[in-house]
Each structure stands twice: as structure tokens, then as C-alpha cells.
Design a protein around this ligand. Structure first.
Ligand code: SF4
Length: 409
């Protein structure tokens, strides 16, 4: 195996870890948990054509589009001169699943090695990968990260709903920023905030509910698809902003659904292959814990009553069973049809499925299943939009406008 720079204990103090801009709401909270452990982190915001060009320069063009963008964003940042390569590290996520996402890290290391061999790449994963790194996630950190995801999902849901209808422009953004800062401080202080979670959920809901909304009727558009392209404004060309500008309400399923989908994968496999392992037992325990926390949040959202609660994950699993086997776990697998069905059933008939170039598994499960979902939900208007380095934003937006024209009819 080729040699590469390792992230060592002393680098925790000396290095700034750059984080790709995948989930703007959630990642700010997650970063603050690492900051409480002494890590220095920065969420990248570089978002121009130069990112794509750097990706094309450094990654073979048959790699998936998310890999190309993440690597392009890192290389663009390093080339900017803003970061000292001797004091910079890069963070990349690894799912540990069977798809190519687990191997992006090697593509990134190869790209970095050419000009910045001293820059270490660290992996954020829950699969026990990269054991030789000093970048570690402990059990208490895992629990706090779970809460960060829950808070992030709640903020994202309330924000998307309110900003589509707000009477005073920017009010939802201000409430979001205030809560991000407040929760960030809680996590950064090392406090878990566990004891007051329900109270904080309630306060967040009440504050967003106090925003003055127009009450007009707008087209609600669900966004599903590959995880990076679904959430990252860099990857989907600011899809949520575009939908708002077109007079629509974006409805984005929660990140927790993807987390639970990954957790369910291992114990589902154990059942399917009749092969129970320590890891499958551990995953089932983790899944039950996460599910109980999801139910807690859903309960508070129902009691407060101003916002549509998140999809109950067991409900999603039962919806998936109608269309596809839960053994289909390459990429986002059965989660995409389950989310499309859940959106259609909750009255979000217009659904954009974001598809990155090079993503065979998601093209199969999304395009392949959308017909069956449309047959069950005759009002469903599902459109797959491709994202790749050659696709122009205008083309993507024109396809969405066509979809909206059908919806208006
Ligand atoms: S899910 Fe798609 S985009 Fe993600 S690693 Fe697999 S092929 Fe690539």
C-alpha cells in the first residue's frame, strides 16, 4: 500500500481540519462537538466552477460526481493559499457500505499526494475503518452526534417550511442562525444538552411557529436521491433556493433517515443471510436507541402541532416493503423508493430525485421504482434530475420548471 500522511495525536492541536460543504445546517453542529474535544475545524464554503474543474483535473471522469466535487472542493481550497499545508488536514466521510463511497478516501489521498503529500486525510465513519488515525469518535461523542443530527433535522424542516412563506424576508434565516449558534455553543462547551432536549425541541418549534407566514398555497416539492447531491447546495446547484424562487416549498427528508438506513442494513443482512454477528447485534441495539430518539422528536412535533413531523422510520421500512427488498442496500438503496412513497402519501406529489453522474445503484432504485410508486399514487409527479460536471444549471432548472408547469396544471 502506498505511504500517505497519517493524522497523529499532536496534529489535533496544530492542524485545521477542512470539512466539505455537504449539509450546511447539520455540519455546523457536528463540528462543534469535535471542537469540544480540541479539534480545529472549518466548513468549506468555496462554491464556484473552479471546484468542478479541480475535481475533473484530479479524479478520473468515471468517478461518481460526489467524489469529484468533494475532492475538487478540497483541492481548490488548498490551491487558494488560504491554508498552510503543513497545518491542514482534510475530512471525508466513509459509509463502510459496499458502494464506491467507502473508497473515495483513496482517490482523495492520490489527488493530495501530488502537490501536498504532507496533508493527512481523516475519515469520519462508524464502521471501524482507518484504525491507525488519531481522529476518533468515542461512544459519548456518538450520542452527542445523534442529538446534533436530530436538532439539525428539526431546524432544517422548520426553516424550509417557514422561509417559503415568510412575510418578512430573512426572518427564518435569522432564527436558524440564532439556534445554530446557541446549539453550537452547547455542544462546544462539552455539555450534551440531553436533559433539556425536549424543552429545546419545543422552543425551536415555537420560535419558528411565531414567524409571520403568508398563508398562500404553494406547490410542495420533495427532494430525494443520493445523499450528497440531495443535501449539498454545491452539488445540486442550490436546488432549495431555486424552488423557493419559483414560489414552491422544498420538503427535504431528514438526515436521520439515512443514518437509520445504514444502521438497519447490518441487521437486515443478518436476517436475510441467516448470519448473526457481533456487529449485527451491536447495530440492532444502536438502531433501537436511534429509533427511540426519533420517536421522542416526532412526539414533540405532533404535540406542538405547527410542523409536519418527520417520517417515522419503521413506517418508511414498511413502505419500502411494498416496492423493493430491504436487502437492496447499494448506494441509498431501498431508502429512495421509501422516501418517494412517504412523500407522495403525505401529499407531497411533486418529487425531484437528484441523481449524480456515475451512480448506477441510485439510477436503478429510483428510476426503476418510480413507475410502481406512480401507479399507487396517481398524482405523483416524479422527475429525476441528473447532476454531472457537464450538465448546465440552466438545463436542470428548465427540467424542473417543466415539472412545475405540470404541477400547476
Ligand atoms: S451511491 Fe452512487 S454516488 Fe454514492 S458511491 Fe455509490 S455510485 Fe457513487
Amino acid at each position: 500500500m502506498p505511504e500517505y500522511a497519517r493524522f497523529t495525536e499532536d496534529m489535533i492541536k496544530t492542524h485545521t481540519i477542512l470539512v466539505p460543504d455537504m449539509l450546511p445546517v447539520h455540519f455546523k453542529l457536528l463540528i462543534s462537538i469535535f471542537e469540544s474535544k480540541g479539534y480545529k475545524m472549518e466548513l468549506l464554503q468555496n462554491d464556484s466552477r473552479a471546484v468542478v474543474d479541480e475535481g475533473l483535473k484530479n479524479v478520473h471522469n468515471d468517478a461518481c460526481y460526489p467524489a469529484l466535487l468533494v475532492i475538487g472542493q478540497f483541492m481548490d481550497a488548498l490551491n487558494s493559499g488560504k491554508y498552510d499545508p503543513d497545518k491542514t488536514a482534510l475530512l471525508i466521510t466513509q459509509t463502510g457500505g459496499g458502494c464506491r463511497a467507502s473508497n473515495y478516501i483513496h482517490l482523495l489521498r492520490k489527488a493530495v499526494a501530488r502537490n501536498y503529500p504532507q496533508v493527512p486525510v481523516v475519515s469520519l465513519n462508524f464502521s471501524g475503518l482507518e484504525k491507525d488515525s488519531a481522529f476518533r469518535i468515542t461512544a459519548p461523542m456518538f450520542l452527542r452526534m445523534l442529538y446534533a443530527v436530530l436538532y439539525g433535522d428539526l431546524l432544517m424542516t422548520c426553516y424550509n417550511k417557514c422561509r417559503a412563506y415568510e412575510i418578512n424576508p430573512g426572518e427564518s434565516q435569522r432564527v436558524l442562525a440564532r439556534w445554530q449558534a446557541y446549539l453550537g455553543d452547547i455542544f462546544r462547551s462539552g455539555s450534551s444538552g440531553f436533559l433539556h432536549t425536549k424543552k429545546l425541541y419545543r422552543q425551536i418549534l415555537d420560535e419558528f411557529a411565531a414567524i409571520k407566514l403568508s398563508g398562500e398555497k404553494k406547490i410542495r416539492v420533495g427532494i430525494v436521491g443520493e445523499i450528497y447531491v440531495k443535501y449539498s447546495p454545491l452539488a445540486n446547484n442550490h436546488l432549495e433556493d431555486f424552488l423557493i424562487s419559483e414560489g414552491c416549498e422544498p420538503v427535504v427528508p431528514s438526515l436521520l433517515e439515512f443514518v437509520m438506513y445504514c444502521a438497519a442494513g447490518t441487521f437486515n443482512d443478518a436476517k436475510l443471510y441467516d448470519h448473526v454477528t457481533k456487529s449485527s447485534i451491536f447495530n440492532k441495539i444502536g438502531y433501537d436507541l436511534i429509533y427511540s430518539k426519533q420517536k421522542e422528536l416526532i412526539k414533540v412535533m405532533k404535540e406542538q402541532g405547527s410542523f409536519e413531523p418527520l417520517h417515522d422510520f419503521e413506517h418508511l421500512r414498511s413502505l419500502a416493503d411494498k416496492y423493493i427488498n430491504q436487502g437492496v442496500v447499494m448506494g441509498e438503496g431501498w431508502l429512495i423508493p421509501a422516501e418517494m412513497a412517504a412523500l407522495a402519501k403525505s401529499g407531497v406529489d411533486n418529487i425531484i430525485c437528484t441523481q449524480p453522474f456515475g451512480c448506477l445503484p441510485n439510477h436503478i432504485v429510483a428510476k426503476g421504482m418510480s413507475r410502481a410508486i406512480k401507479e399507487d399514487n396517481p398524482n405523483a409527479n416524479i422527475v429525476a434530475i441528473d447532476y454531472d460536471p457537464g450538465a448546465t444549471r440552466v438545463n436542470q432548472e428548465n427540467r424542473i420548471k417543466l415539472m412545475l408547469a405540470n404541477a400547476r396544471r
